[in-house]
Ligand binder design. Structure first.
Ligand code: NAD
Length: 376
């Protein structure tokens, strides 16, 4: 039996080596695609090409008796690598006439990421750091664009402190809240103004498929090239009014981060053995632990600022707390029927999304399971 198995395993190893060889070939072709895209200013993420390519490969796989989802998983994973490597070729500069790009807070996490991206696109980038204010006038003298990327609680005062900018200079920010910084920028500068919120952190492999929220401020025609530049980097632009953005972020960011914070605090006080919990975890619980745990690997100041950035956030969190209490009442009353009724009400509210989310999460869980190594 051992011989028979070894022979088959040798054949599998040989096929795997061919797969590695084919992947190497594919990556080198992708590198060339990156160069062509960079030269012609084409976005690194091309949704239509991606969808058409996946559909063809799925059909071909099916004909060969290969599960279509298998080839799709492999190709999507390969494409992630491709997007990350395509940026190494740099990007076409859409506004070569622009003066320098000054990033206030450009040595920070997000400012640093944008600094690299602008440099990869051929712009001249300068940083205005916390110790550079004595030279601020000189630094912004030839600025074509000033990007504010400082901690949220300092954003307002930093915008107010900016020296007079050239009239046609674009003033923008990357803050996780939008209404206040936008109002401060409109007050501080009479030229073009735009509020931006990248919906990602500095740890992304590339900007492909990432969202940058854009709240118009003044003279939008003067910064359309900037939005196109982001699209070349692979990002999708989502235009939204600043107030509406902040309302949405109350749920998407403030409440979510706060519930992770409260859950993590609860866990640490209950003090279970984390190793044992991880060992016992099904992929879904491990994923949940990871989603909560990753918050505590990041900057407490940033998350404190995001959660406490508005009274609206705190009011929302208090309403959640109240509903949590109401749900506990159901338990205290041992009222199973009330639980089922409420469950059904929520399920109806989710509508078709609950089935869609079920499918999406099943895929995620399968991937989480693939990543687990149970050996000693
Ligand atoms: P960070 O603390 O890593 O960077 C902030 C930078 O600002 C630091 O280099 C700091 O030295 C500098 N700074 C502080 N005070 C300054 C001053 N007075 N003048 C000039 N520079 C000053 O923070 P970050 O995570 O990069 O966040 C920056 C902005 O990006 C915030 O508005 C945040 O809401 C937004 N943002 C961050 C993320 C993220 O995941 N990190 C995601 C989306 C948006």
């Amino acid at each position: 039996m051992a011989v028979e198995l070894n022979e088959l395993r040798d054949q599998i190893d040989a096929v795997d080596k061919q797969i590695v060889e084919l992947l190497a070939q594919r990556l080198s072709l992708v590198e060339k695609v990156g160069e062509v895209k960079s030269k012609h200013g084409l976005p690194i993420y091309a949704p239509d090409r991606e969808a058409a390519m996946l559909a063809s490969r799925r059909a071909e796989a099916e004909k060969r008796g290969v599960p279509p989802q298998l080839i799709e998983d492999i190709l999507r994973r390969t494409m992630r690598e491709s997007y990350a490597s395509e940026k190494d070729s740099g990007f076409k500069c859409l506004n070569p006439e622009l003066g320098s790009v000054v990033i206030v807070g450009g040595n920070g996490q997000l400012g640093g990421l944008f600094k690299r991206m602008f440099e990869l696109s051929g712009y001249q980038v300068k940083v205005l750091g916390s110790k550079d204010w004595d030279n601020a006038e000189e630094i912004v003298q030839d600025a074509g664009m000033v990007v504010v990327s400082v901690p949220i609680h300092l954003t307002d005062s930093v915008i107010k402190k900016l020296p007079k900018l050239p009239d046609d200079c674009i003033l923008c920010d990357l803050t996780s809240i939008k209404a206040e910084p936008l109002a401060a920028m409109l007050e501080a500068h009479s030229g073009p103004v735009v509020g931006l919120h990248p919906m990602f952190g500095p740890d992304i492999p590339s900007m492909a498929k990432q969202v940058i929220i854009c709240s118009d401020g003044r003279m939008p025609e003067t910064y359309q090239w900037l939005l196109k530049q982001f699209e070349i980097w692979g990002a999708s632009i989502c235009a939204i009014d600043a107030e509406e953005h902040d309302n949405g972020m109350t749920l998407i960011q403030a409440l979510r981060h706060f519930t992770s914070f409260a859950y993590g605090s609860h866990l640490s006080k209950e003090n279970p053995n984390l190793d044992t919990l991880v060992q016992l975890s099904s992929p879904i619980y491990r994923l949940e632990l990871a989603m909560v745990g990753r918050l505590f690997a990041q900057d407490p100041e940033l998350y404190g600022d995001i959660i406490m950035s508005s009274q609206r956030n705190i009011d929302m969190i208090k309403r959640f707390h109240q509903r949590f209490g109401e749900a506990i009442q159901i338990l205290d009353n041992q009222d199973k029927q009330a639980f089922v009724d409420q469950f059904n009400t929520v399920s109806e509210w989710y509508g078709d999304y609950s089935q869609q989310f079920m499918r999406e999460s099943q895929n995620l869980l399968k991937q989480a399971n693939d990543a687990i190594h149970r050996g000693k």
